[in-house]
Design a binder for this molecule. Structure first.
Ligand code: ADP
Ligand code: BMX
Length: 289
């Protein structure tokens, strides 16, 4: 049967039908509402209603900590202050279909792992997007954790003297490396730029923009080195609009190459590009329902 897959990020919500063979169709995208629980519930209802008689399962990958069907922002700046948002109940209220919900980084890790599973047992997915997220495949299994926390690698520390992260901790990788952080590092007329604009300026030769992106890449490289020395990873796969931006992977690889050889882990771009979360959620639904 067909799965309706949704990927709720801090910036956009994507939706598509995923067929049995993993192919996507009818992909759509809307901006993520940043108000309150009612705003998100309304957007989900509008998005799902036209599909509900044409699919057999609903699979949702979402930013935030997903535990017992509820969504809680770890970094409330990325998604309003959602805490204990009843995601699973909200889906059931719109469509009387079986559903699964899991973290976006975890879902994407599961999709990306399928592409390397013949040669890899332990793998990491990292998304550099609105935030910095991830998913860990350990011994061929996706780690979700009893509380849904597993893989929240953007909240490992990079700079103990750095600014406060939205999660409340100081100097998290996310607070230095994310698209949000890249944009906020360059103000214009007292307003932050978007990460896209910072990338454009860096390409045009602006030194400040180049340094902001290099610092992001250095923070991600340091985190990947820490993950590799902790888990002995076979490969890292990177996604998210920043992670996939032209030249970014090379910058992270360059920073990794400055470290002693034992810390250098193989780094690839996500095979499914922007669709890893959608595909992973659908695969997870089929595997677990
Ligand atoms: P989400 O976090 O909703 O999954 P994205 O992966 O698109 O969404 O990440 C959004 C972040 O990526 C924003 O900070 C945005 O400014 C930045 N971004 C989007 N497109 C680009 C691009 N082409 N180059 C660099 N940064 C980008
Ligand atoms: C944040 C956190 C993670 C998420 C990651 C990437 C929130 C709302 N989200 O660290 O759960 O996996 O961002 O999410 O606290 P994205 O929105 O950048 O795709």
């Amino acid at each position: 049967g067909n799965v309706l897959a949704l990927d709720i990020g801090g910036t956009k919500i994507a939706a598509a039908m995923v067929a049995q063979d993993g192919t996507l169709s009818e992909r759509q995208q809307i901006a993520t509402p940043h108000g309150d629980a009612a705003g998100l519930a309304g957007a989900l209802e509008k998005l799902i209603t036209p599909w509900r008689n044409r699919v057999d399962l609903i699979a949702v990958a979402s930013t935030g900590i997903i535990s017992q069907g509820r969504l809680t922002a770890l970094n409330p700046r990325n998604l309003g202050g959602l805490s204990g948002f009843p995601l699973q109940d909200c889906l059931r209220a719109v469509a009387d279909l079986p559903n699964v919900v899991l973290n976006d980084g975890q879902a994407a890790a599961w999709a990306e792992y399928q592409a390397v599973q013949e040669t890899c047992d332990n793998a990491l997915f990292v998304t550099v997007s609105t935030g910095v997220g991830g998913g860990i495949i350990w011994n061929r299994k996706l780690l979700t954790g009893r509380n849904g926390l597993a893989g929240h690698i953007g909240h490992t520390a990079f700079d103990p003297q750095g600014g406060l992260c939205g999660c409340g901790r100081r100097g998290c990788v996310e607070s230095v490396a994310s698209g949000t952080a890249i944009g906020h590092a360059m103000m214009e007329n007292a307003r932050p730029l978007g990460a896209e604009q910072v990338f454009e300026r860096a390409r045009a030769g602006n030194g400040d923009a180049q340094r902001v992106i290099s610092r992001s890449a250095a923070a991600v490289a340091s985190m990947l080195a820490d993950m590799h020395i902790s888990l002995d990873l076979d490969v890292v796969m990177m996604g998210g609009s920043v992670g996939l931006a032209e030249g970014y992977r090379e910058k992270v690889a360059h920073a990794l190459n400055q470290l002693p050889a034992i810390y250098r882990v193989a780094l690839r771009s996500a095979h499914h590009r922007q669709d890893s979360g959608l595909i992973g959620a659908a695969l997870w639904a089929r595997a677990t329902l």
